[in-house]
Ligand binder design. Structure first.
Ligand code: A2P
Length: 285
């Protein structure tokens, strides 16, 4: 069972940095007043961890919402990611500065490699990832980033980075009851890498599965809350996205119930369903 008992409780990263145990995902939220308002609502509901990326093209709105909230910068854990077209040493450094400028901040809490360079696109994919990582490591050592990590890495992608000076502290992957990624989760656990779940609700597509609706009914909770609690029970940090205030409130209400071993076993037995279909070894973007 998860040790986190409140929205503001944290998971410890390998370097000791505390990361709030529930994040607010912002994928597909476009720059503009609507996104600023949604993030402000999330902050007013107690979310203290915002996940964005250069690719989402909404970093300016994230920064605007943070400033408008009146919260001190250090009260909110801020993550962004370097996009695929900026891989490599010098491009990563430039992309990082552009991200800071758009966010209007002078440091990040967490910076991730968004997708691994992989063998289907690059003969020298390991060297490319190591060059990107070297830039991130230097920014981390210079105090510009509190923690560094990766996203969508499988064990074979991670292995190449584990031989470097600083190991990734986080791996953010697609993770929900229809996409359980057991091998990656086990590898990350063995190497002290915190797993974060993107699309922990399967973009809403897994929520009407009869196993999840039945478990939800037993607990007097919603299938979304079951999916998010299922992450926490496994030590995985969920990053649900919602622009709907009632759902944002629902998604943070995870600390007054626990899944039983029987619930966990039923979910573990589910076949894959509702996944995005994105395979990091077959990327065409
Ligand atoms: P919306 O943003 O319109 O509220 P994921 O985090 O897995 O990517 O899922 C995001 C999708 O799930 C969005 O379409 C979001 O809709 C929807 N969603 C978020 N929270 C809930 C919830 N508690 N119940 C049902 N759908 C939800």
């Amino acid at each position: 069972m998860t040790q986190q008992a409140h929205l503001s409780d944290a998971f410890p990263l390998a370097n000791g940095v505390a990361i709030p145990c529930l994040g607010y995902g912002t994928w597909r939220m476009q720059d503009g007043a609507e996104t600023v308002a949604a993030i402000q609502t999330a902050l007013s509901l107690g979310y203290r961890h915002i996940d964005t990326a250069a690719y989402y093209r909404n970093e300016a709105s994230v920064g605007q919402a943070l400033r408008a909230s009146g919260l001190p910068r250090e009260a909110v854990f801020l993550t962004s990611k370097v996009w695929n077209t900026d891989r490599g040493y010098a491009p990563t450094k430039a992309a990082f500065q552009a991200t800071l400028d758009r966010l209007g901040t002078d440091y990040l809490d967490l910076y991730l490699i968004h997708w691994p360079a992989a063998a289907n696109q690059f003969d020298d994919w390991e060297a490319i990832n190591r060059d990107t990582w070297r830039a991130m490591t230097e920014l981390y050592q210079a105090g510009k980033i509190r923690a560094i990590g990766v996203s969508n890495f499988r064990p074979h992608h991670l292995k190449a980075l584990l031989e470097t000076e600083v190991a990734p502290m986080v791996n953010q992957i697609e993770f929900h009851p229809g996409c359980q990624q057991r091998e990656t989760l086990a590898f990350c656990r063995d190497h002290g890498i915190l797993v974060e779940a993107w699309s922990p609700l399967g973009r809403g597509r897994v929520l009407d599965h009869p196993t999840l609706t039945a478990i939800a009914q037993n607990h007097g909770k919603t299938p979304a809350q079951i999916c998010l609690r299922w992450c926490l029970e496994q030590g995985v940090l969920p990053l649900p996205k919602s622009v709907t205030p009632a759902r944002m409130a629902e998604n943070r209400d995870l600390f007054t119930f626990a899944l039983t071993p029987g619930d966990m076993a039923q979910i573990a037995a589910l076949p894959p369903f509702g996944g995005s279909g994105h395979d990091p070894d077959q990327l065409d973007f």
